[in-house]
Design a protein around this ligand. Sequence first.
Ligand code: TYD
Length: 137
Amino acid sequence: MFSVEDCLIVNLPKIYSQSGTITVLENNSEVPFDVKRIYYLYDIPMGIERGGHAHYNLEQFIIAASGSFNFLLNDGKNKKEIFLNDPSKALHIKPGIWREIKDFSSGSICLVLASQEYSEEDYIRDYDEYLNNYAKS
Ligand code: TYD
């Protein structure tokens, strides 16, 4: 079982030049797992909250590719709020952490690198089930 304290911010490398900055991520290097899937959230209406689930096995690297948003992490005992607004930082979410995402700024893009292909069976979407069956076990 992982806790919210295991979900750390990772500083990513930056290649600077007068024409801008590049940040590069490679499997098993900057990203500590094999990336199997990439997706991103965008066109998010103001005031919307997303997430509201945990994953049994999935690990994710979350990057504010543009703009900003807040991640609320919860392991069933402790909670932690993490503000992301810097494309050179990634939030590493370990398996089994309940997350909610809110306060998306206008035009924000939430980039997600995931350790597994999409599988609905890997989701825990019911908070009571998460608290009573998963987080307590
Ligand atoms: P979900 O992960 O619940 O979104 P969020 O946590 O951002 O609120 O996914 C929303 C919907 O999109 C859900 O019906 C599943 C679908 N989906 C896919 O089909 N493939 C994917 O890779 C992802 C991330 C979601």
